[in-house]
Design a protein around this ligand. Structure first.
Ligand SMILES: Nc1ncnc2c1ncn2[C@@H]1O[C@H](COP(=O)(O)OP(=O)(O)OP(=O)(O)O)[C@@H](O)[C@H]1O
Ligand SMILES: [Mg+2]
Length: 270
C-alpha cells in the first residue's frame, strides 16, 4: 500500500498536484473532493457501510478512474459526489462548493449546470427518442442546443442512425452511448461515468475513452470514471482503488499492467 501517494491526491487545493496543466486559473476551484465521507444503507443488523471514511480529490481538469471489487462502494461514491445521494456523514465539495450546505433547489441547479452523469443502469427515459434523451438536459435548462457539439458527440458515438429510436428499441451498448451523449451535451465541468464502456465492443469503447480523454485535454473537463477494465483505466491520469468502502491505493500515470497487478492484489473481481 503506497500511503504516500494518497497524500498527493488528498492535498486540499484540487488543482495543485495535477490540475494545473489544462484548465489554468479556475482549475484550483475545479474538480471535486470529499472529506471523511461515510454512507450507511439501512439500520441495525442489516446496515451496510458502503463508504467508510473516504477522503479523496478528483482534481479539476483531470481524468480519474475508480476501481475496486463489486460492492466496494464505487457507484455510491459517484452518487454522493454528484449530489445524487446524501452521505451519512462527511462532506462533498464540487468546484469549491460544499454540497451539504446547499438547499435542494440550488443543489438541483448545480447538478444540472455543472455535472454530467452516466449511470451504471443508463436511466434513459423510455418514452423519449434517443435524440430527445440526449437533449433532455438542454431542454430542462431551457437552453438552445449547440448544434455543432451535438453532431460531434452523436458522430463520435455512432448514434446518427438511431436518433429516432426509443431506448427499448436500442441494444445495451447503444443505450449506453445515448446516456454518455446526454452527459456530455451541456459540456459540464465534471462528468461522472459509471462503467461507460461496460457494454461496448472494443472499438466503440476505445472511441468513448478517446472522447473522454479529449474532453479533459481539450476542454479542461474533469472526468471520474468507474471501470473494471485495466485497459480503460490506463486512459486516466490516476486510478483510485476502493475496497470495502475505503480507499486502499491511488496510482498516478497508470498502465494496463500495473493496474492489473494492483487489482489482483485486491483479491480479483475484474
Ligand atoms: N440502495 C441501497 N440499499 C442498500 N444497500 C445498498 C444500496 N446501494 C448499494 N448498497 C450496498 O452498498 C455496497 C456498495 O454498493 P455500490 O453499488 O456502491 O458498489 P459498486 O462498487 O458500485 O459495485 P459494482 O461494481 O457491482 O457496481 C454494496 O454492499 C451494496 O449492496
Ligand atoms: Mg456500481
Amino acid at each position: 500500500m503506497t500511503k504516500s501517494r494518497g497524500n498527493d491526491v488528498e492535498a486540499p487545493p484540487a488543482g495543485s498536484a495535477a490540475g494545473a496543466g489544462g484548465a489554468g486559473g479556475g482549475a484550483a476551484e475545479g474538480g471535486a473532493r470529499t472529506e471523511r465521507l461515510t454512507k450507511v444503507y439501512g439500520t441495525g443488523s442489516t446496515a451496510v457501510r458502503a463508504l467508510d471514511g473516504v477522503t479523496v480529490t478528483l482534481p479539476g481538469g483531470r481524468f480519474t478512474a475508480i476501481m475496486g471489487p463489486s460492492g466496494a462502494g464505487k457507484s455510491t461514491l459517484m452518487h454522493c459526489v454528484a449530489g445524487l445521494d446524501a452521505p451519512t456523514s462527511g462532506r462533498v465539495f464540487v468546484g469549491g462548493v460544499d454540497l451539504g450546505g446547499l438547499p435542494d433547489a440550488k443543489l438541483t441547479r448545480l447538478r444540472r449546470e455543472r455535472i454530467g452523469f452516466v449511470f451504471q443502469a443508463f436511466n434513459l427515459l423510455p418514452t423519449l427518442t434517443a435524440r430527445d434523451n440526449i437533449l433532455l438536459p438542454t431542454t430542462l435548462a431551457g437552453a438552445a442546443p449547440d448544434r455543432e457539439w451535438f453532431d460531434t458527440v452523436v458522430r463520435t458515438l455512432g448514434l446518427g442512425e438511431r436518433l429516432g429510436h426509443r431506448p427499448g428499441q436500442l441494444s445495451g451498448g447503444q443505450q449506453q452511448r445515448v446516456a454518455l451523449a446526454r452527459a456530455l451535451i451541456t459540456r459540464p465541468e465534471i462528468v461522472f461515468a459509471d462503467e461507460p464502456t461496460g457494454n461496448l465492443d472494443s472499438r466503440t469503447g476505445t472511441e468513448v475513452l478517446a472522447l473522454l480523454r479529449g474532453s479533459v485535454d481539450d476542454l479542461g473537463q474533469t472526468v471520474a470514471m468507474v471501470t473494471h477494465d485495466p485497459a480503460a483505466a490506463a486512459h486516466a491520469d490516476a486510478v483510485v482503488f476502493l475496497a470495502d468502502g475505503k480507499i486502499v491505493d491511488i496510482m498516478d500515470a497508470p498502465t494496463q499492467d500495473r493496474v492489473l497487478d494492483r487489482m489482483r492484489g485486491l483479491g480479483g473481481a475484474a
